[in-house]
Design a protein around this ligand. Structure first.
Ligand SMILES: Cc1ncc(COP(=O)(O)O)c(C=O)c1O
Length: 376
């Protein structure tokens, strides 16, 4: 097969390659770091204030509080809307456990719902019944870069008086019906872990909301719960500050986010159109701008064999995620085993192909070609 391994393909096609994604803006990153060093101000300064404003502008409104990472963003968002002991919070079990960790940290209880078998997203049809209607909040994870059905979910939440927390850690820049991911719910959490569509040079996160009072509260919670210095106004606070170096780096990367997302879409579209092996099910992803292709899991009944085949072809893959939350050793509840058939089957079949904005055309060709040559 001509051109299968061209000289421009690196030894291994890396699953993630943030340094390569950042290489084109190295000068901007150097300038951002120099700005922080020259300012002599390292924490809670101008860079963070500017980034918060610029990210709010990117989301087309609302308010933003930078925090230390996406996990804190979820937990502090829940605390800001007063989720506490004995509250119940609806959540999916296939999104890596981050939301469950946040719910449990608030000493609240997750109620797991099953997902759509094709997309892996929360399925609004599963939200029937008294248990669901009596939950205080729902965490909606826009998984893999795809937005959940927000019009239907927002209507359900309004009818049942349930607060919405959007988990946008995988959906920076996704939009649906003219509104950004993060602008639909009461409050939203973002992660800027280096491999995210918008990544920092280390850990970083943010909480966003149209409600200024909620964001003011997060600003207190991210600094020990202080109202004024040394006065613990709110319980549940901690140190979760986003430092100036990370804020400056995020400011350098933000202007390129829409273009990087567009590049991811083009790669995803190529996978969808060109992987045609009957043993590999490619997802049917929306092509309306509501998907920013953070991850690209295909489904394969012979997943282990496919993974091994791709490894031999020098293609790294990953599983997002192999063990659903309700089956995790720390959280298993033998008395209440939820029925989540789609979640459980998907966990045994999904395999994420490399998809990042730095992949070259020969690399994409090679991934497609290798998938198409896979045999049982
Ligand atoms: C969906 C989702 N939520 C939350 C998080 C947590 O973010 P962080 O790793 O920044 O704590 C992640 C990150 O991996 C994520 O993918």
């Amino acid at each position: 097969m001509a051109g299968r391994l061209s000289v421009s393909i690196p030894l291994v096609i890396a699953f993630n390659d943030p340094m390569r994604e950042m290489a084109p803006i190295r000068a901007e990153l150097d300038a951002a770091l120099a700005r922080v060093l020259d300012s002599g101000w390292l924490v809670l300064g101008d860079e963070l204030a500017h980034f918060e404003n610029e990210f709010a502008e990117f989301l087309e409104g609302g308010h933003v509080a930078g925090v230390a990472n996406g996990s804190d963003a979820l937990e502090l968002a829940l605390r800001a809307i007063d989720i506490g002991p004995d509250d119940t919070v609806i959540n999916v079990a296939n999104a890596g456990g981050y939301a469950s960790t946040a719910i449990l940290a608030c000493r609240a209880h997750p109620i797991f719902v099953d997902v759509d078998p094709d997309t892996g997203l929360i399925d609004p049809e599963q939200l029937e019944g008294e248990t669901m209607a009596s939950a205080r909040a729902i965490i909606i994870t826009h998984l893999y870069g795809q937005m959940a059905n927000m019009p239907a979910l927002a209507e359900w939440a309004q009818t049942t008086n349930t607060r919405i927390v959007e988990d946008c850690a995988q959906a920076h820049g996704a939009r649906m019906a003219g509104r950004s991911a993060g602008a639909w719910g009461d409050i939203a959490a973002f992660s800027f872990y280096p491999t995210k569509n918008l990544g920092a040079l280390g850990d970083a996160g943010a909480v966003c909301s149209a409600n200024k009072a909620l964001i003011e509260r997060v600003r207190c919670l991210r600094q020990y719960g202080w109202g004024e210095k040394y006065v613990h106004e709110y319980a549940g606070g901690r140190n979760s500050r986003l430092d100036e170096i990370q804020a400056a780096c995020l400011r350098a990367r933000l202007p390129g986010l829409r273009a990087a997302n567009q590049r991811r879409r083009l790669i995803g579209r190529r996978y969808q159109n060109e992987i045609n092996n009957p043993l590999i099910a490619v997802p049917n992803r929306r092509d309306d701008g509501s998907d920013v292709y953070h991850l690209y899991p295909v489904r394969c009944r012979q997943r282990q064999a496919l993974m091994e085949h791709l490894r031999k072809e020098s293609i790294q893959t990953a599983i997002h995620y192999p063990l659903p939350d309700h089956q995790q050793p720390a959280w298993k509840d033998r008395d209440h085993v939820p029925k989540l058939p789609h979640t459980e089957i998907r966990a045994t079949e999904i395999l994420s192909l490399p998809l990042n904005s730095a992949l070259t055309e020969p690399e994409i060709d090679h991934v497609i070609d290798a998938c198409n040559r896979f045999q049982a």
